[in-house]
Write a protein that binds this ligand. Structure first.
Ligand SMILES: *[C@@H]1O[C@H](CO)[C@@H](O)[C@H](O)[C@H]1NC(C)=O
Ligand SMILES: *[C@@H]1O[C@H](CO)[C@@H](O)[C@H](O)[C@H]1NC(C)=O
Ligand SMILES: *[C@@H]1O[C@H](CO)[C@@H](O)[C@H](O)[C@H]1NC(C)=O
Ligand SMILES: *[C@@H]1O[C@H](CO)[C@@H](O)[C@H](O)[C@H]1NC(C)=O
Ligand SMILES: *[C@@H]1O[C@H](CO)[C@@H](O)[C@H](O)[C@H]1NC(C)=O
Ligand SMILES: *[C@@H]1O[C@H](CO)[C@@H](O)[C@H](O)[C@H]1NC(C)=O
Ligand SMILES: *[C@@H]1O[C@H](CO)[C@@H](O)[C@H](O)[C@H]1NC(C)=O
Ligand SMILES: *[C@@H]1O[C@H](CO)[C@@H](O)[C@H](O)[C@H]1NC(C)=O
Ligand SMILES: *[C@@H]1O[C@H](CO)[C@@H](O)[C@H](O)[C@H]1NC(C)=O
Ligand SMILES: *[C@@H]1O[C@H](CO)[C@@H](O)[C@H](O)[C@H]1NC(C)=O
Ligand SMILES: *[C@@H]1O[C@H](CO)[C@@H](O)[C@H](O)[C@H]1NC(C)=O
Ligand SMILES: *[C@@H]1O[C@H](CO)[C@@H](O)[C@H](O)[C@H]1NC(C)=O
Length: 624
């Protein structure tokens, strides 16, 4: 023995040892390939997994779709979006080195997959967006190595078990959008001192509770706290300012009352602050030290007082959303010079004074909505300086002056809505023909000039009643194919109503009363996208004064109904940006429509505008 040892050169020993290891490795690999093939069979070969094919190469499976190996052994399975529609088999844990399992966005039924308790090395588990039901198990802490757990967007119900608070390694805890209808273990969750991301949002069936003070004292590493719509009541504690690492804070759609704690604006790393749709009152704190803020949404509260001057120093601010409050006073002029500002939504407040003239001049402004306030003076001249503007909505103010010339070649513009002001002058010529222009609402102003010869092929609403438009209705109107509404009552239009109007098969509302129109009403010929509707439109009344009133009450009713019908022509697409096209503008989406009720087990994001150009949905799915 001694001799043998002495003669065996270390290199040889190493060689044999490697051979042994290699053989063992190949054995393991062959086993793992077999396990994966069993998995494929168990799940009935969904299309992508169908590409998993047996091979003599021992580690062939390491390059199969969704499979990741480390040192020849399977450590990660990303089986998200694979159309898996049956339960998880227990033999999956025979993949003894599995660390990360992603089953997100499948159709997996049944209860929580406790069979995964046997995956002893598992530290990432994502089972979000499936059809899971029932409780989260009260011994879920047996998955002791978990650093990441997402069960979001399933139908889990009952209490969130206290055992969750014993998963002490957890850094990410995503529990949003389930059907939990009991309590959540706030004190235990507060014990998860490594938590970086905590998401409890859209669990609106939870028993009402107040904001857990212990979160603010113990979860010091949190960068993201998403607690939207989960039945929070009472006040936001001033200690929230302890959460120094916070980048995102979202407490929207709860029944919170009281003031916004001033400590919130001391959070140095805060970039997104959303507390909309609660019952906060009082003034917005004036001292603003959160210079990383990119997005602020405090809309739909009962906030009073003025917009803090300090907002004018937020050089990263892109989105300022304060609509539906009772804010008063002027908009600080410095806001107009913020370099990153894209969205300004201040409508339905009690703001007054002149709009800061620099809005749009120094930033890529996209959306400017200031309607239902008491602004005076002109619209800012350079709103479209960067060429990014898609909408101007400024109805119901006391604005004077002309429409900014810059709107005339503002190529991306979709909506201009400035009714009920005292604006005057001619509409910038190019405005009507902008490629995407869909809605022009200028009612109740003093605008003058002729109607356009040509309009954008997307333009569907022209509302210009109670102005001083003059001249003829152009015969080219026959090409305004997408027009649904033309309201031009009470102007000084003259001449006759062109026959070509009968070409407009989508037109359902035509109001031309109180003008100087004369002659006969066109009749739709005996002919064909399409002239049936016109029979309704041409229900006209001709007055002695040769004023023509063309009102189609029937169609008007249809139009009104369709506006109220929120189910009209919109679609939900997971996580994709949709085009801002006509049906979406008219759809009047509400938040409930946008984030599914958990019913389908899917989360949806529809970053589109409702009919007045309000973007309602881009705030909803920041979770992932
Ligand atoms: C489950 O998925 C498999 C494979 O895609 C399919 O053949 C089967 O019809 C599906 N079953 C159900 C109930 O949807
Ligand atoms: C799981 O997959 C989904 C969809 O591809 C992805 O969004 C999610 O981040 C993944 N989860 C983890 C933990 O990587
Ligand atoms: C875990 O594995 C053991 C041994 O393979 C088995 O007896 C047990 O049923 C498994 N547990 C679960 C929850 O699948
Ligand atoms: C919670 O929801 C589950 C599943 O729908 C139901 O069985 C249970 O009765 C509910 N509990 C309460 C307290 O409403
Ligand atoms: C929090 O953790 C501490 C220390 O492990 C433990 O003593 C305490 O009971 C835990 N609190 C809760 C509510 O679980
Ligand atoms: C704030 O962010 C910076 C840059 O990412 C980081 O270095 C710092 O640690 C963060 N501060 C806190 C309190 O988390
Ligand atoms: C806000 O308070 C009013 C009564 O003060 C109540 O009717 C309303 O439901 C509350 N809104 C929310 C979101 O809690
Ligand atoms: C709006 O502001 C005006 C003064 O600018 C004030 O007289 C009025 O009371 C305010 N209205 C509301 C509802 O706050
Ligand atoms: C509009 O026209 C002016 C003058 O021709 C030009 O300077 C500006 O860049 C144009 N803006 C856009 C958005 O096209
Ligand atoms: C708008 O201006 C008119 C005339 O100056 C004034 O009578 C009216 O009260 C103003 N309306 C608002 C809402 O400020
Ligand atoms: C019109 O809208 C479409 C869809 O949003 C967009 O891709 C396109 O760039 C827009 N056209 C212009 C000229 O802005
Ligand atoms: C989830 O809950 C919703 C709403 O209660 C229900 O419509 C849906 O059928 C449920 N889905 C499953 C898979 O249980």
């Amino acid at each position: 023995m001694v001799e043998l040892t002495s003669r065996a050169h270390p290199v040889h020993l190493f060689f044999f040892f490697s051979l042994f290891l290699q053989a063992q490795g190949q054995q393991l690999q062959a086993n793992e390939q077999t396990i994966l093939l069993r998995l494929k069979q168990y799940w009935n070969s969904p299309p992508l997994i169908d590409q998993w094919a047996a091979s003599n190469t021992p580690d062939a499976h390491c390059s199969w779709p969704g499979v990741t190996c480390t040192g020849g052994s399977v450590t990660e399975l990303d089986l998200s979006n694979m159309n898996i529609n049956s339960t998880t088999p227990s033999f999956l844990c025979e993949l003894g080195n599995l660390k990360k399992l992603n089953l997100s966005n499948n159709n997996i039924p049944g209860g929580f997959p406790s069979v995964l308790y046997n995956c002893s090395k598992l530290n990432y588990l994502d089972i979000s967006q499936n059809f899971f039901v029932g409780p989260l198990p009260s011994d879920i802490d047996r998955m002791a190595n978990l650093q990441y757990l997402s069960v979001a967007a399933n139908n889990f119900s009952f209490d969130i078990p206290p055992a969750i608070g014993r998963l002490s390694q957890l850094r990410y805890l995503r529990l949003y959008q389930c059907q939990f209808n009991g309590t959540y273990p706030a004190e235990e969750i507060a014990n998860l001192s490594n938590l970086v991301v905590l998401e409890l949002a859209y669990n609106m069936k939870l028993i009402p509770s107040s904001f857990p003070m212990s979160f603010t004292t113990k979860l010091k590493k949190l960068t993201s706290l998403w607690m939207t719509n989960m039945n929070l009541m009472g006040q936001i504690p001033e200690t929230i300012g302890n959460l120094e690492s916070l980048q995102l804070l979202d407490l929207s759609r709860n029944r919170l009352t009281g003031k916004i704690p001033s400590s919130i604006f001391t959070l140095k790393n805060l970039s997104s602050l959303y507390i909309f749709g609660t019952n906060l009152s009082g003034e917005i704190p004036q001292k603003i030290e959160s210079l990383e803020l990119e997005s602020i949404d405090l809309s739909e509260n009962k906030l009073t007082g003025s917009i803090p001057e300090g907002f004018g120093e937020l050089n990263k601010l892109q989105s300022l959303v304060l609509m539906f409050n009772q804010l008063s006073g002027i908009i600080p002029e410095s806001l107009g010079r913020l370099p990153a500002l894209t969205d300004v939504r201040l409508f339905s407040n009690n703001l007054s004074g002149v709009l800061p003239p620099d809005f749009g001049r120094f930033s890529p402004l996209e959306d400017f909505e200031v309607d239902n306030n008491q602004f005076t003076g002109p619209l800012p001249e350079n709103l479209c300086f960067a060429g990014k503007l898609v909408g101007v909505v400024a109805n119901n103010n006391n604005l004077t002056g002309k429409l900014p010339e810059s709107l005339g070649n503002c190529s991306g513009l979709i909506i201009v809505s400035v009714s009920n002001n005292r604006l005057s002058g001619k509409v910038p010529g190019g405005l009507w023909t902008l490629f995407n222009m869909s809605i022009v609402q200028l009612k109740n102003n003093d605008f003058s000039g002729d109607l356009p010869d040509r309009i954008s092929s997307k333009l569907s609403r022209i509302e210009i009643s109670n102005n001083l438009f003059s001249g003829n209705i152009p015969a080219s109107m026959g090409t305004w194919k997408n027009l649904k509404v033309l309201d031009a009552s009470n102007n000084i239009l003259s001449g006759s109503i062109p026959y070509e109007i009968t070409n407009l098969s989508l037109l359902d509302t035509l109001l031309l009363d109180r003008n100087n129109l004369s002659g006969n009403l066109p009749e739709s010929g005996s002919s064909s996208k399409s002239s049936k509707n016109l029979l309704f439109i041409i229900l006209a009344a001709v007055f002695a004064s040769s004023t023509v009133m063309v009102v189609c009450t029937f169609m008007l009713k249809v139009y009104r109904n369709s506006r109220r019908d929120t189910g009209y022509a919109w679609k939900l697409t997971p996580f994709h940006k949709l085009d801002f096209t006509e049906p979406h503008i008219l759809s009047g989406l509400t938040e409930q429509n946008v984030v599914g009720s958990g019913g389908s087990g899917k989360v949806y994001k529809v970053p589109i505008y409702h009919w007045q150009g309000r973007c309602v949905a881009n705030r909803l799915t920041r979770g992932t």
